[in-house]
Ligand binder design. Structure first.
Ligand SMILES: Cc1cc2nc3c(=O)[nH]c(=O)nc-3n(C[C@H](O)[C@H](O)[C@H](O)COP(=O)(O)OP(=O)(O)OC[C@H]3O[C@@H](n4cnc5c(N)ncnc54)[C@H](O)[C@@H]3O)c2cc1C
Length: 458
């Protein structure tokens, strides 16, 4: 989906830019940043606008889309180990994955859909699944950005380690990222197999059984509605084709012989190929296709929805699932589906998986064009209440009800957040802050509930 100057993808947030531009070059980005600075305006880049809250908005500021700056920015460099490539920051995964594959290369992981920009995904700590896989930012070895002085600056993992670790998952606040350098793997093939039905309690009654299931393939997701209806719980495995033969059942769930949508009952034309047919990594790791089999743009997920996600330590996975299951009936009227995934820990300052191997509990809420906003909000608070014992960290591109104080504690406390804010001030400065950033990281006073709902587009 193209970036928009009107609303985000799910239409929960109306952007309020005073000006919206689509630069075609880095020098145009520099001019736009300098002009905004002269007028004392803030600057925000909108990627593919798939975030669910106000993170990509700035009231009366300058909105930028890099939709005209896409594709590979360099040939693949095979003289390095690992090989690397630079991409223009307007690129979505859909724009570049097939180009990498055609030349024999791959990325380590993908999110549930290829429609999002790489820069936007990295900025929010977007992830796929796999106990051995870090989030998508792990592919990035350098970013080039236009900073608050309009200067082009490259931060690399090797040479600018501390700046890089802060700026990578930087919520759009460190400048306009104009290109990213990615490390590459040799291309690989994946086959996708889905297992269902299975009883909800089989997911959480044993931590070791849950971990074994989450580790049984390169990437594993469990979908559930936290109900005792067995048919709404399924396990999705994405296996490298070179690995050992797949099991015929998982956690007592049999292997399916017909394709499934994550939300049982929805048509399967938008989901990636299942039933074990091998295919390139970028056509199997996402659950949703870039285009449907007949070439029309499909709708990933539901479309009319909000999403929420919390990261807890992987060692608490079964206990966290049990805690949410205890409120399953309360969530049922609003919950379309939940997805449970594993993410390997990392060292990026504001990564939700920083310092701990993590287990992510994701919720796709029914939105009904805004009619269920209040119900979604109540469900977020309820989920946060039962997960609070596990130090949950919310996904910053999605809806949550956590107060700024609680959020800062969850993300590592004052020292971690202060270091992040200091780096943002040095590199991005006030021009790249917005209401969302200020509310969570700068303002001393906690936002009242109504303000939080507005920030969350909920
Ligand atoms: C159907 C659906 C499925 C999803 N599945 C997953 C999933 O599997 N895993 C997961 O973790 N998340 C998932 N998400 C969330 C999504 O990955 C994040 O919200 C991500 O940020 C979207 O990327 P985007 O390009 O749309 O970014 P946007 O929403 O447009 O922007 C996000 C942030 O990035 C900043 N940004 C974007 N481009 C630049 C740039 N060039 N320079 C500086 N800042 C920039 C923006 O300013 C903003 O702060 C899903 C969302 C949807 C709608």
């Amino acid at each position: 989906m193209a970036a928009t100057n009107n609303t985000n993808w799910c239409k929960s947030v109306a952007f309020q830019f005073a000006q919206f531009s689509e630069p075609t070059s880095v020098s145009q980005v520099q001019q736009l940043v300098m002009a905004a600075k002269t007028r004392n305006q803030q600057v925000r880049v909108v990627g593919s606008a798939h975030s669910f809250n106000q993170i990509a908005n700035t009231t009366n500021g300058v909105g930028l889309s890099l939709i005209k700056m896409t594709g590979l920015a360099s040939p693949i460099d095979t003289s390095t180990n690992p090989p690397m490539v630079s991409i223009h920051a307007g690129s979505t995964y859909g724009d570049i994955c097939s180009l990498l594959h055609e030349q024999g290369f791959a990325l380590h992981n993908l999110a549930s859909l290829p429609h999002v920009t790489i820069a936007g995904a990295v900025a929010t700590g977007t992830h796929g699944s796999g106990v051995g896989n870090r989030n998508l930012a792990d592919s990035v070895v350098a970013i080039t950005l236009v900073d608050s002085d309009g200067e082009v600056r490259t931060l690399s993992a090797r040479e600018d380690s501390e700046d890089f670790k802060a700026a990578l998952v930087g919520f759009g606040s460190f400048g306009v990222v104009t290109s990213l350098t990615l490390k590459l793997l040799p291309t690989y093939h994946i086959c996708q197999l889905v297992y269902s039905p299975l009883p909800l309690k089989s997911i959480f009654e044993s931590q070791s059984a849950l971990l074994e299931a989450m580790s049984c393939a390169y990437s594993v997701s469990i979908f559930t509605r936290f109900q005792h209806d067995e048919s709404t719980t399924s396990i999705w495995t994405k296996r490298k084709t070179s690995s050992s033969p797949p099991p015929t059942s998982l956690l007592s769930a049999p292997l399916l012989s017909t394709p499934l949508h994550p939300i049982p009952g929805l048509p399967t034309d938008s989901v990636t190929e299942q039933l074990g047919a091998p295919g390139p990594w970028f056509e199997r790791l996402p659950h949703f296709r870039l285009v449907t089999a007949d070439g029309s743009p499909g709708t990933p997920s539901v479309g009319d929805e909000l999403q929420t996600e919390y990261f807890v330590p992987l060692s608490d996975a079964a206990a966290a699932v049990a805690a949410v299951s205890s409120i399953g009936p309360k969530l049922a009227p609003t919950l379309a589906i939940s997805e449970l995934r594993a993410i390997r820990g990392d060292e990026l300052v504001m990564s939700p998986a920083r310092g701990r191997d993590s287990f992510a509990l994701h919720f796709t809420w029914r939105y009904e064009g805004g009619r269920l906003r209040e119900q979604v909000w109540a469900c977020c608070k309820e989920v946060e209440r039962v997960l609070s014992q596990f130090s949950p960290r919310p996904h910053m591109g999605k809806v949550h009800a956590m107060s700024p104080g609680d959020l800062r504690r969850a993300y590592g406390g004052d020292d971690v957040v202060r270091a992040f804010v200091t780096k943002q001030q040095e590199i991005g400065g006030p021009a790249f802050r917005n209401e969302f950033y200020d509310a969570f990281f700068v303002d001393e006073t906690d936002v009242i509930e109504e303000g939080m709902q507005r920030l969350m587009g909920c």
